[in-house]
Structure formats: C-alpha cells, structure tokens
Ligand binder design. Structure first.
Ligand code: GDP
Length: 190
C-alpha cells in the first residue's frame, strides 16, 4: 500500500474532501503514533507528523487509494493553557461534526489504564457524534494474558452499553492489526 504524508492542517484550513477519512484520537503519549506506524507498516510516518509545531494540527496520512487517516492532536496536553486547550477542542469538534467524508473515528486507550477521566470525557463526546466509533486498547504486550482478559472484562461492559466496539492491540507484536484494518476498510467503504 502506498502510504503518504499529505500535510498538517487546522480545522479552518482543511484540504478539500477527497478520500473517505478515518480520524484517530487519544490522550498524549497513549501510543497513537505507534498505532498509526504499525497499522500502515510505515515506521516514522506518524512521527513525522508529531514534529514540534505539528502536535496541534490535524495530520493527514493517505493510505493507498482507499482512505486517509487523520491523526488528531493528543488531548490532555497539560502544558497548554486551558483556553488554548478549549480552542483545540472546539476546532477538532468542528472537524468531527461537519466533515462530510469522515467515515469513522478511532479512539486509542492504554489497556492498562482505560478509561481514565479524560478517556471517559472523550468517549462521551465522540459517541455523541453519531459516527462509527472504534476503541483500540493498546500496549497489550505490557500485560500477561490473564491480565489482558481481566482488563477486557472490566472494560467490555461499559463499551457494549454504549454500543462501541473495541479491539485489543499491540504496536509491538502487531496483535489486532488485521482486525482493525478490516474494520477500517469496512467503515471507509460504508
Ligand atoms: P503518542 O504520543 O500517543 O503518539 O505515543 P507514542 O506512539 O509516541 O508512544 C508513547 C510511548 O509508548 C513510546 O515510548 C512507545 O514506544 C510506547 N508504545 C506505544 N505503543 C506501544 C505498544 O503497543 N507496546 C509497547 N510495549 N509500547 C508502546
């Protein structure tokens, strides 16, 4: 698959809608870049977009001719002033609410800690948008098999009551990658 970094944009200066888009969000440092790198098979593609100055923009990564991944700014970026954080949230909200070719949203959570307070806030917000939503529980390789199972059973009830699907994932081992690619293919073409 031809994977290309398209560019970094603000919600007010987006590229014209072309391919179906899948947005990827999560707390800062949750493993979002590693997820995108692993999923696309292109180490460094999301790191490019995380260069200083690009952490507050929406970074577009084109995956073949099928879809574009839109890497959203990480939330809970605590060093930023509160009013600035609210401005980014408004910007992202406007993109997620109005973008006509946005087909789905992926929320990345750390399987060891999900849902943190900010994850819960994000989940409530995103599930209210009435768009297909997938939760990816990453860093599964950091837990033993038994702990993964017990974390999943803690989390599954809450997500199913919200009708939100999830996959367990590891950027290190590639666990879950195939299933997530399938979800994206289905969602992008839906
Ligand atoms: P981002 O800020 O959300 O883009 O997070 P990064 O992708 O840069 O990851 C933050 C840290 O977590 C880095 O040190 C990664 O190597 C590590 N990391 C991310 N995903 C995984 C994973 O699936 N397994 C393990 N063991 N470490 C991971």
């Amino acid at each position: 698959m031809d994977v290309r970094f398209v560019g970094s944009y603000t919600a007010r200066s987006l590229p014209p809608p072309q391919l179906p888009e899948i947005a990827v969000g999560g707390r800062s440092n949750v493993g979002k870049s590693s997820f995108i790198n692993c999923l696309t098979g292109r180490q460094g593609i999301a790191r490019v977009s995380a260069e200083p100055g690009r952490t507050r923009t929406l970074n577009f990564i084109m995956c073949g001719r099928s879809y574009t991944l839109v890497d959203l700014p990480g939330y809970g970026y605590s060093k930023a002033p509160r009013d600035q954080q609210q401005r980014w949230a408004r910007d992202i909200d406007s993109y997620l609410t109005h973008r006509e070719n946005l087909k789905g949203i992926i929320l990345i959570g750390d399987i060891r800690h999900f849902p943190t307070e900010s994850d819960t806030e994000a989940l409530r917000w995103l599930s209210g948008l009435q768009r297909p939503l997938l939760v990816v529980l990453t860093k599964a390789d950091k837990l033993g098999r038994g702990s993964v199972k017990s974390r999943v059973s803690d989390i599954a009830g809450m997500l199913s009551s919200m009708r939100v699907r999830y996959y367990v994932f590891s950027a290190k081992t590639g666990l879950g990658r195939k299933e997530i690619r399938n979800w994206i293919d289905r969602t992008a073409s839906g």
